[in-house]
Design a protein around this ligand. Sequence first.
Ligand code: HAM
Length: 419
Amino acid sequence: MIKAITGTKDILPSEISKWYFLESIVKKKLSNFNYKEIRTPIFENTTLFARGIGEGTDIVSKEMYTFLDRSGESITLRPELTASVVRAFIEHSLEKKQSLNKFFYIGPMFRQERPQAGRYRQFHQFGAEALGSNDPLLDAEMIIIAYDILSELGLKNLEVKINSLGVPSEREVYKNELKEYLKNHFSKLSEESKKRFNTNVLRIFDSKDERDIEIMKKAPLLINYLNEESLNHFEVVKSTLKNAKINFVVDSSLVRGLDYYTHTTFEIVSGSVGSQSALCGGGRYNGLIKELGGSDLPGVGFAAGMERILLACENENILNLPEDKIDLYIVTLDKSKSDISYKIAVELRRKNKIVELDYLSRSVKAQMREANKFNAKFVLFVGGEELNNNEVILKNMIDGTQENISLSDIDKLLYKLGE
Ligand code: HAM
């Protein structure tokens, strides 16, 4: 039997209402903050991600779905959307139309990671990107939006972690200091961290290896290498979050796995989902637009993992959505009259009613079972003796009352269904 690829998941109709609900909150909240949706292609030139995210990152070095297409071009399924949004922004010269562009997105991303609960190879993110302003209020805004969406869903067990990575020149000085410190402990580092020493030394802070963690506890901290401007930027982010009543912790080890960050980085983690606890992450990226060939403009954004958020909702037992219901089930009593049932169904559906009827020549009893399965608010019986008077019987499934309705009075039927 052919099965879905490891690390991918079908979203079945029985689960879709949770997704619709989450998407509706995301769209509403982002519209409140005046973000506009952008939809970019699922695949892009590999160079976009290699340059945008950074060759030394895990995503680019080992997780991307990359292939040559028939013309020999290297194509990659998008592992994230920040680089794509920036590409579209540059390609369409959007900064000429508006000096600050606020985008949001919802869609699938692809990373060949080791699958486990909360980690998939095709997963969905929603996210936001604001391009064109260095205002720390926007850094805080990203955190506020993400936090408000998670709170509106009813999630409780949340922690907001923030950090500042400063600017590249500050980071270069710091990286050298960090390397000096690590040289004295090099032999005790894990093999992975030994590799990262050369490729991406900051990422050693992400190591889960006990000995690495011990060593990193005493490592110099980037925050002590930031100049006044960077520190001021970070102070405004913190005070804005306090004013917005968002509790946070400053986590100086929060370096994030993508190279484009400058100044603020953040993650919101949940205590309800096990080891893959980051529900969302983001930060400022003031060098990315220029790096990808655009003007020297700043940007900031975040993205959230939708599967993880829904898993957290499930584990906290929230999202008790109302059961699906249909407006009407049409029971055909006499099969020779099924054309009448079908005509009524078409007419009512055109008037935006959710209507179902039998397509399997089922018995009346089986049709009633279907009506109950679909939680029909009303059932219409077509084909009884009353049809001789051009009438059908409408039954209210909540209070059990019945009444005859003339086939020439569809408006009455509509009125009844709307009650
Ligand atoms: P990221 O931290 O790589 O950042 O991903 C953001 C979120 O996507 C994670 O916190 C997680 O919830 C979810 N996620 C990532 N990988 C997986 C996976 N394999 N399975 C399930 N969920 C996953 C970014 O993608 C940046 N583009 C965020 C950003 C936007 N920074 C600035 N603007």
